[in-house]
Design a protein around this ligand. Structure first.
Ligand code: ADP
Ligand code: ZN
Length: 728
């Protein structure tokens, strides 16, 4: 099996992100690696993928014990064999881990750095079969870095103590000086050096003047119901104030700062991680321990002290690659509030540096320059495009705009739908989205339906934010906040007052490219899938995003797959996750479509709704394309080559086409002998899982053939019954 097949099979991804492939290749070739990748860039895959393919265990050195368990759970959910060794284990457990390590039973073993300094430990490692070492957060080894950890110095001896074991180092931040330091300390030998771009295309950067800070923050949260977010405040006192304000207004929010005791801090962080609260309000102390991939917004209630910090903090949004908002609220006074922090620095040079960073941050907030360009400039990266399409400046940076007409459209939609819906649904009406819910409620018949189609959804979303913060609308209700028109709103609705919004509303109308592949999805189905994910995650004792990312759920509620093969086409669904978790998700989708047959129409027309996915084919179209080529007599490999897709994708298409009874000849794709051997195996294992079939074939056939034979069997009337251990 080659590494691209493995990428699909384990992780369910069809392509590598920037730099991942070259790193994977280097590791497989036994080289040392030094890689800089931004947060969310996909570092873990770089070592997990080769670890799953190489003999022996990959040791992962990770600084935070609190993160290890989640990392191990995530790897195990992909079907890898991962374990951890740290001080939270009992002696007996540690002993067992070491025995398993000696026997080579792990793909990955996570260790804390101080472990290496324990007497006799390196000795034992030397006797274990190791594939390579992956040092995560490698900048912790450098005294010049901002997170220096003395424990990490223990890593200096690795090269000498484990001769012949390649060492790979990963970090999200490294200046030239830190980089040299890491390479020297770890004694990397002729490493592959890579540095991925720090651009995070799915983040939308926005800056606004601070006015009523808590209401502004609240309005943004209200506009993102059910979505996780982080609010950063400068001082502990402000953290407490904002958290209390939000709680009082019915938003599930918890504080996090260094003044809270350790237990409270980790309890609050855990609750956030597990989607039990929507928002954490924190000082910058809330940091490295966040591995949550579905953070949809990060709000800074105050100006950060440096671009470095701003980048790291906003970087916690949207790690799953789905669109996320980074909003900075600032006032000119912030500069003077922050000055004392800088002035009290002991060293004159550091003071200079601190002041320069502060001015730079202020410039960022005030200057009408593309935010993305400004952020990347800080990392010495040139951002070439004129318009990033995903910051407030590029999407129409104006000081104030008269948006009376637009506000009237929104309020008319609120009014005509009976003041009984939340912001998301109102946006859908104004924008003219074709969701199952819109059709079911007949809201496509409203006079305001689709009047705002030429503006992006984001525009409407932000307009509503602005209307909320200016008091034209009120958002009330738990757990589903509904929009009402206020008295002030009526003044505008009936044309007696104008509505002028704060500057900079995003306008992602045609002509300005949206940078994320937003699929139109059915929010109701999405909510159901999310709930299922939460319930299952709770049962398994892992954070929800470990099962499937938000992105995967979005795609499921857009493509609405109804067969295991179709589910495999969803980003982030690999073979193992399909087999472990797929069944209940397919069930929910099936039931949903049964109850809402009209929703399927929405699935089919998804490409019409959002212009940015017009290039993307729906599942139906891509199947048709494969069918057309198959009918001309091309083999799976030939079709794959012609369509520049992987053979595994085409094989799953053929399986599905057979299943749909499209009249393809199964014998053209699979030997009769193989087919009958597989049929026997399917008889005893059921159709749901392919792994036992492929294992049972002992190398005589692989997943491609299994897909095809299964499709054939279904066409013969076999049922895909569950032999799925989740239910057990
Ligand atoms: P970090 O670099 O911050 O450690 P992670 O390894 O946690 O980032 O990856 C961030 C997210 O990106 C995860 O949700 C991961 O599943 C996703 N991801 C990583 N590689 C790919 C890829 N090739 N295609 C799609 N998503 C990916
Ligand atoms: Zn821009």
């Amino acid at each position: 099996m080659n590494y691209t097949e493995q990428l699909q099979r384990i992780f369910g991804f069809s392509t590598f992100r920037a730099n991942q492939e070259e790193i994977v290749q280097a590791i497989l070739a036994g080289r040392d690696v030094f890689a800089v990748m931004p947060t969310g860039g996909g570092k873990s895959l770089c070592y997990q993928l080769p670890a799953s393919m190489m003999k022996g265990t990959c040791l992962v050195i990770s600084p935070l014990i609190s993160l290890m368990k989640d990392q191990v759970d995530a790897a195990n959910a992909f079907g890898m064999d991962a374990g951890l060794l740290n001080s939270t284990l009992s002696n007996a457990e540690q002993h067992e881990v070491m025995t398993r390590l000696q026997e080579g039973l792990y793909d990955l073993l996570y260790l804390s750095p101080e472990r290496l300094a324990l007497p006799g430990f390196l000795e034992r490692l030397r006797r274990a079969p190791l594939s390579f070492v992956a040092v995560d957060e490698a900048h912790c080894v450098s005294e010049w870095g901002h997170d220096f950890r003395p424990d990490y110095l223990a890593l200096s001896c690795l090269k000498q103590e484990l001769p012949g074991v390649p060492i790979t180092a990963f970090t999200a931040t490294a200046t030239q000086r830190v980089q040299e330091d890491i390479i020297r300390r770890l004694a990397l030998s002729k490493p592959l050096m890579t540095r991925a771009s720090f651009d995070r295309p799915n983040l939308f950067y926005q800056v606004q003047l601070r006015d009523q800070v808590n209401s502004q923050i609240e309005a943004v949260i209200r506009a993102h119901p059910d979505e996780a977010g982080i609010v950063y405040r400068l001082s502990r006192a402000d953290v407490e104030k904002t958290a209390t304000w939000l709680q009082k207004n019915g938003i599930k929010a918890l504080p996090y700062h260094a003044g809270l005791d350790k237990q409270t801090r980790s309890r609050n962080q855990e609750a956030f991680n597990r989607d039990e609260v929507q928002v954490v309000v924190a000082t910058v102390a809330f940091g490295m321990g966040i591995d949550k991939s579905n953070v949809r917004f990060v709000i800074h209630g105050d100006l950060p002290k440096s671009m470095e910090g701003y980048y790291q903090e906003t970087g916690r949004a949207g790690r799953d690659g789905e669109p996320a908002l980074c909003l900075l609220l600032y006032s000119r006074g912030d500069y003077f509030r922050l000055r004392p922090f800088v002035d009290q620095l002991p060293d004159e040079r550091e003071r200079q540096l601190g002041l320069a960073q502060l001015s730079r941050m202020m410039d960022f907030a005030e200057k009408p320059v593309c935010r993305r360009r400004a952020v990347l400039r800080y990392f010495d990266e040139d951002y070439a495009p004129d318009n990033c399409g995903s910051c407030d400046i590029c999407t129409h940076g104006v000081e104030t705009v008269d948006a009376t007409t637009e506000a009237q459209m929104v309020m008319s939609a609120v009014y005509r739908s009976g003041q009984r819906f939340g912001a998301g649904h109102i946006v859908d009406i104004v924008y003219g989205a074709r969701t199952g819910r819109i059709t079911a409620l007949g809201h496509d018949q409203l006079k305001t339906y689709g009047v705002g189609r030429e503006r992006g959804k984001r525009f409407w979303r932000q307009l509503i934010d602005s209307m909320l913060s200016q008091g034209l609308l009120k958002s009330e209700g738990d757990p589903y906040p509904l929009l009402h028109i206020t008295v002030a709103g009526e003044e505008v609705l009936f044309g007696r007052e104008k509505f002028v919004t704060h500057r900079m509303l995003a306008d992602t109308s045609e002509g300005k490219k949206g940078r994320s592949e937003e699929l139109a999805y059915d929010p109701q189905l999405f909510a159901l899938l999310k709930k299922l994910r939460r319930d299952m995650a709770e049962k398994e004792g892992v954070p929800p995003y470990i099962l499937f990312s938000d992105k995967s759920l979005h795609q499921m509620s857009s493509l609405m797959p109804q067969t295991p093969d179709a589910l495999l086409a969803v980003n982030g669904v690999g073979q193992m996750k399909l087999e472990r978790y797929g069944k209940p998700f397919l069930e929910i989708i099936g039931n949903y479509l049964f109850d809402n047959p009209e929703a399927f129409k929405h699935q089919k027309s998804s490409k019409v709704i959002v212009p940015s996915v017009a290039r993307k084919q729906t599942r139906g179209q891509t199947l048709e394309e494969t069918l057309r080529l198959a009918e001309t007599g091309l083999s799976v490999e030939e079709i794959a080559a012609a369509r520049e897709l992987k053979t595994s994708t085409i094989a799953s298409h053929i399986g599905e086409l057979l299943q749909q009874g499209k009249g393809l000849d199964v014998d053209r794709y699979v030997d009769r002998e193989v087919r009958s051997a597989m049929t026997e195996l399917f008889k005893s294992h059921g159709l749901f899982r392919l792994k036992p079939i492929v294992d049972g074939m002992k190398g005589r056939a692989g997943y491609d053939q299994a897909h095809i034979v299964r499709g054939f069997l279904v066409s013969q009337g076999w049922k895909i019954e569950e032999v799925n251990d989740y239910a057990a």
